[in-house]
Design a protein. Structure first.
Length: 301
């Protein structure tokens, strides 16, 4: 439940598959309070979103209040489907979706996602982080990497998303480590930087041999005593290395920013550095909020 002593001028919401975060905002864009919930889009039916939102932010509402939301809340399985804008397009596309509410005090607007027709690709939520980054770095051109379950690489020019591509690296890591024969070889935590770099180098040099190198983790554990933490780090290096090999036309020779979880983003920054490609690491929460603020200003302006 939110702080009942706070009254928001408007509310920013980042609503993903597994959780949601909300910020009470002043008219000038200052954060007054923040709250979160573990009730993400993935566990809600369409008629449950309003109730969850009010449980989290209800105490901040003193009258008619605008809510600007991004993320999977705007997916086909979410509260209201926000249409995709096609690249090339602004980072805050036109066509905010309006969610129907029972409470007349709520005016909920969901930011559209972005689509690419060929090769087919989509993003939801990342466009808001990109927008926030560009709001803080006007006239920036280059490539933005957004690591996560489904990592995005977006080419940015003239304040627009020109093209992008998605790699399922995070989901592959979790699936391989938890649901394949390698579950017996991969520790649930621990780290070995040298093993990560070895896996990275192997995959960058010969990405076509990835499947074979994955099974080597199992064999090396059986035959040479490779420990679980080292196997975990090498698996990460192999998968990120294969991703960097596949995304090389994006990042080679470009200005690069990396936006995401701090630990995962650091792996990408370190991996790119080994290829002579310096990247700037950016705090994901701050640019998400900056993007939501830019969307609110566009909505009102």
């Amino acid at each position: 439940m939110s702080d009942s002593t706070i009254k928001a001028n408007w509310i920013a919401v980042d609503w993903g598959t597994s959780n949601m975060r909300a910020w009470a905002m002043s008219a000038s864009g200052t954060v007054l309070a923040e709250a979160c919930s573990d009730k993400g889009m993935g566990q809600l039916s369409q008629d449950q979103f309003e109730g969850v939102l009010l449980d989290v932010v209800g105490d901040w509402i003193a009258g008619p209040t605008t809510i600007v939301a991004c993320g999977m809340v705007g997916s086909r399985q979410g509260w209201v489907e926000a249409p995709y804008a096609a690249v090339p397009c602004p980072t805050i596309p036109d066509g905010f979706a309006h969610a129907v509410t029972r409470d007349a005090a709520l005016s909920v607007h969901v930011i559209p996602g972005i689509k690419q027709m060929n090769p087919a690709d989509v993003m939801r939520g990342e466009e808001t982080q990109i927008s926030g980054f560009l709001a803080r770095n006007p006239n920036w051109d280059g490539v933005i990497c957004l690591p996560g379950t489904h990592t995005k690489w977006a080419h940015i020019s003239a304040q627009e998303v020109v093209s992008f591509q998605t790699f399922m690296t995070g989901e592959l890591f979790a699936t391989i480590a938890e649901q394949t024969v390698l579950q017996h070889s991969i520790a649930v935590d621990g780290w070995d930087k040298d093993a990560f770099l070895a896996g990275l180098d192997t995959a960058l040099a010969r990405p076509e041999r990835l499947a074979s190198r994955l099974f080597s983790l199992r064999a090396e554990g059986l035959l040479h005593g490779l420990d679980g933490a080292s196997a975990r780090a090498r698996l990460s290096g192999l998968l990120i290395g294969a991703e960097l090999a596949g995304s090389k036309p994006y990042w080679l020779g470009q200005q690069i920013a990396v936006i995401g979880d701090s630990g995962l983003s650091r792996l990408y920054v370190d991996a790119l550095a080994t290829q002579g490609a310096p990247a700037t690491q950016v705090n994901a929460t701050s640019v998400t909020l900056a993007g939501l603020t830019a969307a609110y200003q566009r909505l009102k302006g």
